[in-house]
Design a protein around this ligand. Structure first.
Ligand code: SIN
Length: 483
């Protein structure tokens, strides 16, 4: 890996401000999905080391919370500046361990850093209230206080941004964390910790526990009474396990779980905007985001033209190693992800879908998959029920608004939905009728530190980013003062 600052490449965990190897120097390999090569051997910590990280976080949190919000904000701002100053190295580390094209990785570094910048400012705007007391000789106030130490478990698809979207509001509020990054992408997390240390974030406030045994680390966090909140991005299945495991200690929970995003294109849409928006949503990170369009509903009158134009644009995409110039789609993260994509395509074909472009493994081999367009999709197919997490655009046909909304809502998930229409009244009616936490109208990309990110139904609990994100890390204390 060619870095301007090779000291950003850390391979030990970061606990209580110290770079920490596992007992017996146990390690696991991090693989570059573009080449299959081992990039690094990273410390493989387990349950006992997770408890040690919690031991460190508890006193560190108290000292951190005792500092003024302005002081915390200044340290966070320094962390933000260091991330931006080292953005190119961070992007190289990210692409090497995750596979997304370097241009997308650069975008993710800026996106990830924006949460630190934003929540550094929000730290200074945490405000309690003074209420009108109903009793003449009493005064009512609220204080907002940090929840304490939180546990965070983050996914491989955004190795930087999903960490900062959790850690930044948490530490802004005066919390400390024990974070387990995905085993596929620990290097980005450790590079962030290195920069946090350089910025002056005190020992024990951010602890990064790397390890292969996610279930044991997760259970240790959930079982420990000193962890007062869990925040997780990943599958609904694992989210349910964490919630069940946290019931014993009644923790606050934020869960950003699976999606099954509908993207609806109405006859009156601007076709250029709809194609550009669909390409951006569907093929972002090779289709490996929770908000990628998973079911594309296209109205009768525009269906054939939309299918033709989407096929042209999809077939023109450059697939390859994300470090190469002009590559728009990298490899799939691993064999398991690839198998699921293949299964969905095979199921759709067996049930009558037609392949307009792609449809199989890419000639590059490894875990590369061809950008694919399928038509003739129906609700009986697996892709209707389950998110594919890959570069497959499946087109469903519809006639009326009610039919589109009914199909879009016919899922247990409710994270993101997209609509393309030039009719303002339809835009509002359909946005209101969609049972989703986020609706993106006439654009394929909506994520920002300023907008609240989160889902309903089986897509999770709570909101990240925005002015609401910090509330997930605060408790409201009511103080009644007798005069
Ligand atoms: C995700 O896929 O979970 C996050 C996507 C985003 O932040 O835009």
């Amino acid at each position: 890996m060619n870095l301007n600052d090779p000291t950003l490449l850390r391979t030990d965990s970061y606990v209580n401000g110290a770079w920490t190897a596992a007992p017996g120097d146990r390690r696991f390999a991090v693989t570059n999905p573009a080449t299959g090569e081992t990039v690094a051997e990273v410390a493989d910590l387990g349950a006992a080391e997770t408890t040690a990280a919690i031991d460190a976080a508890v006193p560190a949190q108290k000292a951190w919370a005792a500092r003024t919000a302005k002081d915390r904000a200044m340290v966070m701002r320094k962390w933000y500046e260091l991330i931006m100053a080292n953005a190119e190295d961070l992007a190289v580390i990210l692409t090497t361990e995750m596979g997304k094209p370097i241009t997308e990785a650069r975008g993710e570094i800026a996106y990830g850093a924006s949460f630190i910048d934003w929540f550094a400012e929000e730290a200074r705007r945490i405000c309690g209230d003074v209420m009108e007391s109903p009793i003449p000789d009493k005064r009512f106030l609220t204080f907002k206080q940090p929840v304490g130490v939180f546990g965070a478990i983050t996914p491989w698809n955004f190795p930087i941004a999903m960490i900062t979207r959790k850690v930044a509001p948490g530490i802004a509020a005066g919390c400390a964390c024990v974070l387990k990054p995905a085993e596929q992408t620990p290097l980005s997390a450790l590079a962030l910790a290195e920069l946090a240390e350089r910025a002056g974030i005190p020992a024990g406030v951010i602890n990064i526990v790397t390890g292969m045994d996610g279930p044991a680390i997760g259970k240790t966090l959930c079982d420990d009474d000193r962890i007062r909140k869990m925040t997780f991005t990943g599958s609904t299945e694992v989210g349910r396990i964490l919630m069940r495991q946290s019931a014993g200690t009644l923790k606050k929970m934020s869960l950003e779980l699976g999606g099954n995003a509908p993207l609806i294109v109405f006859d009156d849409a601007d076709i250029d905007t709809a194609i550009a928006g669909t390409m951006a949503s569907k093929y972002r990170n090779a289709g490996q985001t929770c908000v990628c369009a998973n079911r594309i509903f296209v109205q009768d009158g525009i269906y054939d033209e939309f299918a033709r134009r989407l096929t042209e644009a999809t077939a023109a995409m450059k697939v390859g190693n994300g470090m190469e110039d002009g590559v728009e789609q990298g490899p799939i993260i691993d064999g398991q992800g690839l198998n699921k994509i293949e299964r969905h395509v095979a199921d759709a074909r067996a049930k009558g879908a037609e392949v307009l472009t792609g449809g199989g493994r890419h000639a590059l081999g490894g875990t590369y998959f061809e950008p694919t367009v399928l038509t003739g999709m129906t609700p009986e197919m697996e892709m209707f029920r389950e998110e594919t997490f890959g570069p497959v655009a499946g087109l469903f046909r519809f006639s009326t608004d009610d039919e589109a909304v009914a199909m879009a809502n016919d899922t247990e998930f409710g994270l993101a939905a997209y609509i393309f229409t030039n009719n303002t009244s339809r835009l509002f009616r359909v946005s209101e009728a969609l049972e989703y936490g986020m609706v993106s109208a006439n654009t394929g990309i909506f994520s920002s530190e300023v907008g609240p990110f989160g889902g309903v139904k089986s897509s999770g609990l709570g909101r990240e980013g925005s002015k609401y994100g910090i509330d997930e890390f605060l408790e409201i204390k009511f103080v009644c003062v007798g005069l």
